[in-house]
Design a protein around this ligand. Structure first.
Ligand code: SAM
Ligand code: SF4
Ligand code: F3S
Length: 463
C-alpha cells in the first residue's frame, strides 16, 4: 500500500465509482456500507461534519453510532487545545485493533487538527492503520479521496490550502430536525496570539447573503425552529452582518435566530440596535472577552480594552437591563499574574454573565504566544480556573433570579435531568429550563412560568 497526496481524481467519475461501490456492497452484504462520523470541537466543525455526512448519504452510505459496525470511520477533529488533540490520538490508538479484525475498514481523520502538517506526519508514521488524513480545505474532494483509498488502497494525505466554493448547494445531513447551524463565513483574520484557528481554517470568506437567505428559508419551511448563524467572527461578515440579520428576521415563520461568535472589536451599536428591535433574534449575545486585563488583552492581540468592552455591555443594558451576555475566558495566558487574573473575576461581577466558557491556556505550536515565557504551573492555573468558576457560580445564581415569576418561551429539546416526566429546553436567552411536561412537546415552543433559579439553570411550570 503506497502513500500519496490527493491528486484530485475527477469528482464525477469518483462519485459514479462510489455509487456503484455502495450498490454492490448492499447486494453482497444485505445492507449499505455504514459510516461513523464524529465531530469534535465547535459548532462550525459539527456543521462541517453534517456536510460530510450529506455527501456520503448522497452516494449511498448509511450511518451508525457504533464504531464496531462501521465500514468507514471519520474523526472530524479540533486543534484549539492540546487535550482536544490528545483525545483524538487516544481514539486512533483504540481503532488499531478494530482495523486488525476488519482490514477493509477505512479510517479517516479530517478537520482542524488534520490541516496541520506535523499532525499529518505523525499519523503517517505512527498510526499506519489510518487511510485518509485531510484538512479543512479538502471537504469538496471527499469523493476523489475515497475513490483513491477504496480503488487502489493508497493512503491519502491532503493538507493543501485551496479556494473553496462556499456558495455551493450544500448537501447537509442534519441529525437535529429542530435546531440548525448555518455557516455564514469561514476562516478567521484576527490572529489572536494564543489561537490556532487562523492557521487551520485560513482567511475569512463570506457566503453571499442570497445563498444564506435561501438556506434559512428552506430550513424554516421544513419546520426548523432555531437557526444559529456561524462564523469565527460573524460580525465581520463581508456583506454587512446587521443587514443580514434584518433580512433573516423578516422571513415569515415561527422560529428564532442565534449567532456566534462575535468579536468585541467589531460589535457595533448597529448590531445591538438590530438585535433589540428585531422580532426573532434572541436577546442574548455571546461576546468572548478572554481577559479582564488590558495588558493581557494587548498581548493576546484582541484590539479592544476592558473599557471599550464594557461600553458595548452598558449601551445594551441601558436599553434592555435584563439582556443576556455569555463569554469565553482564558486563564493563565503566558505572563499573567494573579492580580491580572483577579481583574477577570472583577469583570465577571461587573457584566453578570449568564454563562461562561472558561479554559486554561493551552500552548499551540505555530502561534505567536507559543514563544512567550510562561512561568505559572498548570496546577496553579487549574486552581485559578476553579476560583473563576466559583465566582461565576455566585454571580449567575443571583443574576438568574431575574427570571423568577416571569413567563419564558422555551424550545423543548427532550427529557430533562431532574427526573422522570421532566423536560428540558432553552429560553430565548439560551438558559436551560426544566419543567414537567409530556415528551410530545419535544421540538416545539412552550410557555414556561419560572419558579426557581439554580446556579446554572431555571425550573418552572407549563403555563
Ligand atoms: N472565534 C471565536 C472568538 O474569537 O470568540 C472563538 C473561537 S475558539 C474556537 C473558542 C474559544 O477557545 C476562544 O474564545 C478561546 O477562549 C478559546 N481558546 C482558543 N485558543 C485557546 C488556547 N490556545 N488555549 C485555551 N483556550 C483557547
Ligand atoms: Fe481564534 Fe481570535 Fe480568530 Fe477567535 S477571533 S478564532 S480566538 S484568532
Ligand atoms: Fe472549531 Fe476546534 Fe477548529 S474550536 S474551528 S474545531 S480548532
Amino acid at each position: 500500500m503506497g502513500d500519496c497526496v490527493n491528486n484530485g481524481a475527477n469528482t464525477d467519475s469518483a462519485r459514479s465509482f462510489l455509487e456503484a461501490y455502495t450498490f454492490r456492497f448492499k447486494a453482497e452484504n444485505g445492507h449499505a456500507p455504514l459510516a461513523y462520523v464524529h465531530s469534535f470541537g465547535c459548532q462550525q466543525n459539527v456543521s462541517d461534519g453534517e456536510r460530510l455526512m450529506g455527501r456520503l448519504a448522497a452516494v449511498g452510505y448509511e450511518f451508525t453510532k457504533d464504531t464496531d459496525c462501521a465500514d468507514l470511520i471519520i474523526l472530524n477533529t479540533c486543534a484549539v487545545r492540546e487535550n482536544a488533540e490528545d483525545r483524538v490520538f487516544g481514539n486512533l490508538g483504540q481503532l488499531k485493533k478494530l482495523k486488525q479484525h476488519k482490514p477493509d475498514l477505512v479510517i479517516g481523520v479530517c478537520g482542524c487538527m488534520a490541516q496541520q502538517q506535523h499532525v499529518a506526519d505523525k499519523i503517517k508514521e505512527a498510526y499506519r492503520h489510518v487511510d485518509l488524513v485531510f484538512g479543512t480545505f479538502a471537504y469538496n474532494e471527499l469523493y476523489a479521496m475515497l475513490y483513491e483509498v477504496l480503488n487502489s488502497r493508497k493512503r491519502i494525505f491532503d493538507q493543501s490550502e485551496r479556494p473553496l466554493d462556499i456558495d455551493e448547494k450544500f448537501v447537509q445531513l442534519r441529525e437535529n430536525k429542530v435546531q440548525a447551524f448555518v455557516p455564514i463565513m469561514y476562516g478567521c483574520n484576527n490572529f489572536c496570539t494564543y489561537c490556532i484557528v487562523p492557521y487551520v481554517r485560513g482567511r475569512e470568506r463570506s457566503r453571499s447573503p442570497g445563498s444564506v437567505l435561501n438556506e434559512v428559508k428552506e430550513l424554516v419551511s421544513q419546520g426548523y425552529k432555531e437557526i444559529t448563524l456561524l462564523g469565527q467572527n460573524v460580525n465581520s461578515y463581508s456583506y454587512g452582518f446587521p443587514e443580514l440579520l434584518r433580512s433573516i428576521d423578516a422571513i415569515e415563520g415561527d422560529f428564532r435566530i442565534r449567532f456566534m461568535s462575535s468579536h468585541p472589536k467589531d460589535a457595533s451599536r448597529d448590531l445591538i440596535d438590530t438585535i433589540l428591535s428585531s422580532k426573532k433574534i434572541c436577546k442574548q449575545l455571546h461576546l468572548p472577552v478572554q481577559s479582564g486585563c488590558d495588558r493581557i488583552l494587548k498581548a493576546m492581540n484582541r484590539h479592544y480594552t476592558v473599557e471599550q468592552y464594557l461600553d458595548i455591555v452598558n449601551y445594551t443594558r441601558e436599553k434592555k437591563p435584563d439582556f443576556s451576555f455569555t463569554t469565553d475566558l482564558i486563564v493563565g495566558f503566558p505572563g499573567e499574574t494573579y492580580e491580572e487574573f483577579c481583574m477577570t473575576k472583577d469583570l465577571i461581577r461587573q457584566v453578570r454573565y449568564d454563562n461562561i466558557y472558561s479554559f486554561v491556556y493551552s500552548k499551540r505550536s505555530g502561534t505567536v504566544a507559543a514563544g512567550f515565557e510562561d512561568s505559572i504551573s498548570d496546577k496553579q492555573k487549574g486552581l485559578w480556573l476553579r476560583e473563576l468558576l466559583l465566582e461565576q457560580r455566585e454571580t449567575s445564581s443571583r443574576w438568574l433570579g431575574r427570571f423568577v415569576g416571569r413567563v419564558c418561551r422555551v424550545l423543548v429539546e427532550g427529557e430533562g435531568r431532574t427526573g422522570e416526566g421532566y423536560l428540558t429546553g432553552k429560553n430565548d436567552e439560551g438558559i436551560i429550563v426544566e419543567f414537567k411536561g409530556d415528551i410530545s412537546l419535544k421540538g416545539q415552543f412552550a410557555e414556561i412560568k419560572i419558579t426557581k433559579a439554580m446556579n446554572w439553570a431555571l425550573s418552572g411550570e407549563l403555563v
